[in-house]
Design a protein around this ligand. Structure first.
Ligand code: MTE
Length: 388
């Protein structure tokens, strides 16, 4: 579906969802700025009508692998309208001895490798930063987990014979760039590109990538911010230094030192975002829930980018005391762990918190590190509930 048709469909979906009142229609037409919160197809939260930006409701964090229709979608621009399996080409060039171009069937002849990866947008949780910052106002659900499969990027690069001058690998997607917006092009250091788990992914949970997720091929840079994993991949270029462009700088950079919330940060005092932080989210009970007293399962998901989650703790008294949660059976290096904690709830009002600790010894802080673009929100999660 092209993005305009998708937009119209989402519009009618949103209108249906809340009764198509005239006020909705005027409100929806102002939604281009990207800070809306309405249910779309399959219950996904539509965060922007301008491009397709869909958030996964936290109550969907109940399976280790996220079903593809429930996997969040983040697009900076329009999805490509024309994409055909037969016409698609991937060029590999730059600082290499043997540049070449691949068809999809040639790409599929490389050995396939699979990686279960939790993909999280760097801006996940942005709406929770105070003071608020501009950008898509993600709640907690710009994160999902899937089994990605496809050739290893290093095998593709090996065929091209990277020169010793090759230091960064640039990805270009086929997005349709609106007006004068800079194209979505980014690069990753060669060390990460040569990692055995970095892929040119063609499949997700065993089926070919859908258009929302980068059909027919995307980069998959496990453990790193979602922006590293370029969709609708059409060019891989080996560079002698980091790609210079909007989506490497000023976008997707983090202050070298935490500053005062609200303070500006100079570009020279920032570095590019790479691996994700340690984080947990409570997927139930939901914020604002009213429950009966008795046994209550507090549950959720926790992840840590390139590190492993070693512990999740739950507090039922607003952070005064913490209890260990049980970690789910399913695990893989770059994937989230589901967790749960059984609690005997008595009547009252509660502030329930969760915090994860990882194999690097990092624990979720009580407060996030505020930064002007609202990246990497990872404060201990909390929900307020009532027990009758
Ligand atoms: N690749 C292209 N070509 N264009 C994009 O806008 N968005 C990036 C990344 N790859 C993007 C892209 C960002 S910011 C994220 S978080 C992930 O894709 C989201 O991947 P998903 O939509 O499959 O969940």
């Amino acid at each position: 579906m092209n993005s305009r048709r998708y937009f119209m469909k989402q519009m009618s979906g949103a209108a249906l969802a809340i009764g198509a009142s005239p006020s909705l229609l005027s409100w929806a037409s102002t939604a281009q700025s990207g800070s809306i919160d309405v249910p779309g197809e399959d219950g996904m939260i539509v965060r922007s009508f301008r491009f397709v930006d869909l958030e996964t409701p936290v109550e969907y964090f109940n399976t280790w692998l996220t079903p593809v229709p429930h996997f969040f979608v983040r697009n900076h621009m329009h999805e490509p309208s024309e994409l055909s399996r037969d016409d698609w080409r991937l060029t590999v060039g730059g600082e290499v001895e043997k540049p070449f171009t691949l068809t999809l069937s040639e790409l599929s002849k490389f050995e396939t490798h699979s990686v279960v990866n939790t993909l999280e947008c760097a801006g996940n949780g942005r709406s929770l930063h105070r003071p608020q910052v501009p950008g898509i106002q993600w709640g907690k659900g710009a994160v999902s987990t899937a089994r990605f499969s496809g050739p290893r990027l290093r095998d593709v690069l090996r065929r091209a014979e990277v020169k010793s001058t090759g230091k960064h690998i640039m990805f270009r997607g086929l997005d349709e760039v609106p007006g004068k917006v800079p194209p979505f092009i980014r690069s990753i250091p060669i060390e990460k590109a040569l990692d055995a788990d970095t892929l040119v992914a063609t499949h997700m949970n065993g089926t070919p990538l859908t258009k929302h997720h980068g059909f027919p091929a995307r980069a998959l840079v496990p453990g790193w911010i979602g922006a590293a994993s370029c969709k609708w991949l059409t060019e891989i270029k080996v560079l002698d230094s980091e790609f210079a462009g909007n989506f490497m700088s000023p976008a997707y950079r983090f202050p070298n030192q935490p500053g005062k919330p609200g303070d500006a940060v100079k570009p020279e005092d920032t570095h590019p975002l790479t691996a994700l932080s340690v984080k947990s989210v409570i997927s139930g009970p939901l914020d604002g829930a009213s429950l009966k007293s008795g046994r209550v399962a507090v549950h959720g998901a926790a992840w840590a980018g390139e590190a492993d989650v070693v512990k999740v703790e739950v507090s039922t008294d607003g952070g005064k005391s913490w209890n260990p949660a049980a970690l789910g059976h399913d695990q893989a290096h770059y994937a989230w762990r589901l967790w749960s904690y059984e609690w005997k709830a008595r009547s009252g009002d509660y502030n329930i918190l969760s915090r994860a600790t990882d194999s690097l010894g990092r624990t979720q802080p009580a407060a996030p590190v505020w930064n002007p673009s609202g990246y990497l929100y990872n404060a201990a999660d909390q929900v307020k509930i009532h027990v009758a």
